[in-house]
Design a protein around this ligand. Structure first.
Ligand SMILES: O=C(O)CCC(=O)C(=O)O
Ligand SMILES: [Fe+2]
Length: 252
């Protein structure tokens, strides 16, 4: 793999579990995607499967199936080549969004990691399901909207178990604020939380652009509102092999 990320950046990510990527997305593209997130959120709120806490926050899954504006993120550089440098060449892309509604105080996500299935102690031949995600911020995130808070190095610490609901500060935590289009690459096992919003918060929208090794599949439960007509199926139908692989079509 070739990527524009430096060896030092890749190593820093491996060691610390996160890497800020300022200006990853053109702010004009970020604005277009922010609008698309809002309109899907408006359409999905209250529908069966909707992951919404009314007036506070909403998750949207399977974004590639819901608006073609997101298709440019399927082969999005330098994100894709960084992910392949880290995980190997065969990956699929999982794209989700989260939005906090404006003007609500106290909206936050408590400490969590995204792949909490790592045994401690680690079995000697455990097949470690590494995944990485670019959190791409579409709005400005200031103290009003609430920083993202990370625990560097926690992605390789299966002994760290933070009970669900815990929001207390942790020693060594790092807080990040963002401009539209800024991103941070995180390892899916990195512990993180968000700082609660204030009542003068603007909307806080982000994309979760995830890269998963092709051998790691979730064939069962799919959360969220079902797409009306999955756009990625149409995309895959006329696509080359690489695109189909990125859409999760690799079988063996
Ligand atoms: O809102 C953020 O900054 C991070 C959100 C997050 O961690 C998540 O949705 O899993
Ligand atoms: Fe998260």
């Amino acid at each position: 793999m070739e990527t524009t990320a430096t060896k030092a950046e890749i190593q820093r990510f491996v060691d610390e579990g996160y890497l800020p990527c300022r200006g990853l997305l053109d702010p004009r593209v970020a604005a277009t995607m922010a609008e698309a997130v809002l309109s899907i959120a408006t359409a999905e709120a209250g529908q069966p499967g909707s992951e919404q806490v009314p007036g506070k926050t909403i998750y949207i899954r399977a974004l590639l199936d819901k608006d073609p504006v997101f298709h440019r993120l399927l082969r999005f550089e330098p994100a894709l080549s960084m992910a392949r440098t880290l995980l190997g060449p065969q990956v699929w892309v999982d794209l989700e969004a989260r939005m906090n509604y404006a003007g609500q105080a106290g909206v936050a996500v408590p400490w969590h990691g995204h792949v909490p299935v790592i045994p401690d102690p680690l079995p000697p031949l455990f097949c470690y399901p590494h995944q990485v995600q670019f959190l791409i911020y579409l709005d400005r995130v200031t103290e009003r909207e609430g920083a993202l808070c990370l625990l560097p190095g926690s992605h390789t610490r299966p002994d760290i178990r933070i009970p669900f609901g815990d929001t207390a500060p942790k020693e060594g935590q790092v807080e990040l604020l963002f401009e539209p289009g800024d991103a941070v690459l995180i390892h899916a096992n990195m512990w993180h939380q968000t700082i609660p919003s204030r009542d003068d918060a603007g909307p806080r929208r982000l994309l979760l652009l995830g890269y998963v090794p092709s051998w790691v599949r979730s064939d069962g439960f799919q959360p969220g509102v079902r797409p009306q007509r999955p756009l990625s199926r149409d995309l895959a139908a006329g696509a080359d092999e690489e695109t189909r692989e990125l859409l999760g079509g690799l079988t063996w």
